[in-house]
Design a binder for this molecule. Sequence first.
Ligand SMILES: [Mn+2]
Length: 449
Amino acid sequence: MSESMNAYFQRRQQLLAQMQAHGGGIAIVPTAQEMTRNSDNTFPFRHDSYFYYLSGFTEPEALIVLIANGSEQRSILFCREKDLEREIWDGFRYGPAAAQAQFGFDAAYPIEALASEMPTLLADSKTLFHSSGTDAQLDTQLQHWMEAVRAKARSGVTVPGKTLDLRQLLDEMRLFKDASEIALMQSAANISGAAHARAMRSARPEMHEYELEAELLHEFRRQGSQAPAYGSIVAAGANACILHYQSNAARIKDGDLILIDAGCEFDSYASDITRTFPANGKFSPAQKTLYELVLTAQAAALACARPGAGYMEGHHAAVRVLTQGMLETGLLDKNQVGSLDDAIASMAYRQFYMHGTGHWIGLDVHDVGDYRETHKVGNERPYRKLEAGMVFTIEPGIYVRPAEAVPEQYWNLGIRIEDDILITPEGHLNLSRDTPKTVAEIEALMQTK
Ligand SMILES: [Mn+2]
């Protein structure tokens, strides 16, 4: 096994130990399916995040089996056979023998051997650790394999008596990032930060949104990122008020603010950064007022990012700052919504701030991991406390759609500021700290174009 595969090996050992602690059994983790785009074209293949987390293996048509039965602990890889003919067309594939050695598995078999091997592997395992419902084809196959084991019951073998969702174990492991994961997420954030700066430098009125998207993609790929972690949002003017704007096709006007929500994936780890800047390089007074309000809200949320703080504290801090600002700017009318506390209690702010302040991020841009404790207090599971190794986004925003009661100078302004935050033992580290963010930084950068 190569040195770089050690982290994946350790995770399999950790999972095996947890399976044993649950009484032992067999775990099945498939990678993703190749998906048809149209005709005989497939979408670019992206491995399953759980599968990758446990293997580091990126080929399609592969599956991991882990067995923890008391003293017997094994990890087995099923993968495509070596095929020199296919490799001329599709490129290199390891084949079971090389993959077993390189990735540190105890055994490896051709994926074609799955149907013949699985009934034997399933036999006499107490618990089946599996995430059903994510791969319909595998779920069906599993039923057949279980039937095959049941058919041999008279010879004394038993089928797994219960199924446990593997995600219960893996999500909690994935929530806490180790040093190698943090290094990759830092690289992803650095590349994305450079891409945002490139887009800011390139922006001019009369360009199309997609021209800025092209600048982002250029920087992602130029620095070795494999793909965007999600569809880039490049939204000028009123489009910035569409939270999941996708078309990126409009022409940018002088005086528009441009909201870009884009992040690359680097060696399977996501980044997710949002910046908002003026198309012509200079914030108008109204734009600056709302921009600095969102920036202050983000700072308030950042101040809550430390071990021991509740996950929702940052959101509440951001909401308080934003709501206060909405009252001061006249976006919300005191005579209508009452005091700051009233406006927070009635959620009047949701007219202009209708989303949460962040999410876990890791192998998936909206990463796995429970946001709440497992135990209940009263009828509710409380939000969990932040701990070192967790990574999440902080992304307050404000979106002003035209309305009669809303001051016209703010109409069609959409602003969001988003960074990727690692909780450290001392507090936090902003992974996207190098992405220009203050009014002064953004205006200075745009002067240099
Ligand atoms: Mn986000």
